[in-house]
Design a protein around this ligand. Structure first.
Ligand code: NCD
Length: 496
């Protein structure tokens, strides 16, 4: 069984393990149902304060949090819209969060346009030793984990199971954050068949599709006929400029008509996080299989349970310290004379670029056309501390079919964290350091986290919106980099 780590923040489904999500959180939410149904007050502890920060509109998430706070007998304060706080005066989110904690908020429930903002606040507050947790109530197009927990509770209540389900999603799967979070959670379960009804404009990102061994994809709502669960997502028209003609076409396509309802399973459940626009026309809204009101109600027991849980675990430390975890492996450590002799014997073409320098670094095995990027990166980041020419040799024959590039940095040696950034861009490179008649060839492993280098290409990522947010990436198995904050995946050279 996975080790039970206390649950303090609710930031993203991918931060929670199976044990936390299904054996801790969900049973606690289920336990709250009878209390919420009977409206039984719980703790009555006005020393506990919840700060709501909603810089995007909300009816259900905000309303159910307030209802939960009142049933718990805690206090709350709310900031609705950016203009209601000093954020409108360009105060940073970091300082906003610090102030909330200073005024005794134990939990900040935040909804933002900025992606990764909640993770950033949670990490910052922990670093500042504030006992304050953060719940992500939706961050841009990224995640909405508390909605997913209430979606799971709804599934459990109506179907009695979370495995062996055929679940169909329709609508805006690209920007609909509730879909992303729910798919992440369902990927932990077994026997889940996913059906996606989308169009090129609303296509689910690869990283979520790949959570499942196979998904069925269609642009027709009729693909939903065999589903046990149908889950709709509103077109997120406020997030980007939709052509009105395309928008009208998408709206018409993603509508649950009475004709479609007739073709669906008799015992299907139809869910939607709401708000909906045209998805359910008035003539179908009363169909018993559309359980969206009960789904929205589940938000109250869920938020009661989550707030209680966070207050119980405020002392927990969650985030590891940020430091480059590069491991350097010295492959050769010989005298320069020895090295030259060895190379001369092999009569390698390489001699021509190792020979001319007697002090400095030769970065070898750079993939073709990556050399200029590394050179530019080192110069732009002021990493070449000593005077000395930087020389790029392009297109050297590596084997009969392969070519490489070499970068010569005369008189310069690189810090470990700079090596880490370069390796993250080009994993195959070696660093050859020549000084004091010594030659050292170093290979570096790919660090699990790239910290403090690169730039997230996503403009709405917190790292592009708060001066204290340090770019941080993790490597994916497919060889790309994933922003630790906004969770979007990019090619290595888009980032560094
Ligand atoms: C959703 C959201 O905010 O992501 N609503 C919700 O929280 N219940 C869905 C949406 O806005 O379309």
């Amino acid at each position: 069984m996975e080790k039970h780590k206390p649950v303090k923040n609710i930031l993203s489904i991918s931060d929670l393990n199976y044990e936390q999500l299904f054996n801790v959180i969900l049973p606690k939410c289920e336990k709250e149902i009878p209390f919420v149904e009977k409206r039984i007050p719980r703790e009555s502890d006005p020393t506990k304060k919840v700060q709501l920060l909603f810089t995007e509109p909300s009816t259900r998430t905000r309303g159910s949090n307030i209802e939960a706070v009142e049933l718990l007998g805690y206090r709350y304060d709310q900031v609705i819209g950016e203009e209601a706080s000093a954020l409108a005066k360009r105060e940073s989110l970091a300082n906003t969060a610090r102030m909330f904690a200073k005024y005794n908020a134990g939990v900040i429930v935040a909804r933002t346009k900025i992606e990764g903002a909640q993770k950033f606040m949670a990490k910052l507050l922990e670093k500042d030793e504030c006992q304050c947790a953060v719940h992500n109530a939706g961050d841009g197009t990224n995640q909405h984990p508390t909605q997913t927990i209430l979606d799971l509770l709804t599934l459990k209540r109506h179907l009695g199971r979370l495995d062996d389900l055929t679940i169909g999603f329709f609508g805006d799967l690209k920007y609909g954050r509730t879909v992303h979070s729910l798919l992440s959670a369902l990927s932990y379960r077994s026997g889940i068949n996913v059906v996606l009804v989308d169009t090129p404009e609303t296509k689910l990102q690869k990283q979520y599709r790949e959570l499942f061994p196979a998904v069925t994809e269609s642009d027709e709502m009729e693909a939903l006929v065999d589903c046990d669960v149908v889950y709709g997502a509103r077109i997120q028209e406020e997030r980007f400029d939709f052509d009105p003609i395309i928008l009208a076409r998408l709206r018409a396509r993603f509508t649950v008509t009475s004709q479609l309802l007739n073709s669906l399973k008799k015992n299907v459940i139809i869910m939607h996080p709401m708000p909906y626009v045209q998805e359910f026309p008035p003539d179908v809204r009363k169909d018993k299989r559309i359980i969206i009101d009960d789904q929205a109600w589940c938000g109250v027991p869920v938020r009661v349970a989550l707030l209680k849980l966070s207050f119980e675990n405020l002392e927990t430390k969650v985030f590891p310290e940020d430091r480059p975890d590069i491991v350097l492996d010295t492959i050769e450590d010989v005298s320069l004379a020895e090295y030259r002799l060895h190379k001369a014997r092999k009569n390698e073409e390489e001699n021509q670029y190792f020979y001319p320098i007697d002090c400095g670094t030769v970065i070898d095995h750079i993939p073709v056309s990556t050399g200029p990027k590394i050179k530019q990166f080192l110069i732009a980041r002021g990493q070449l501390k000593n005077e000395g020419p930087v020389h790029l040799i392009d297109r050297i024959k590596k084997t009969r079919h392969e070519e490489k590039e070499v970068l010569i940095l005369r008189n310069n040696f690189l810090e470990d964290r700079v090596k880490m950034a370069i390796v993250s861009l080009s994993p195959m490179v070696t660093f050859n350091e020549i000084s004091g008649e010594k030659f050292r060839k170093i290979k570096a492993n790919i660090p699990s986290k790239v910290y403090g280098f690169g730039k997230c290409p996503n403009k709405t990522c917190i790292t592009n919106n708060d001066p204290e947010a340090v770019p941080t990436f993790t490597h994916t198995t497919a060889g790309s980099l994933k922003c630790w904050y906004c969770e979007k995946e990019f090619l290595r050279d888009e980032v560094i």
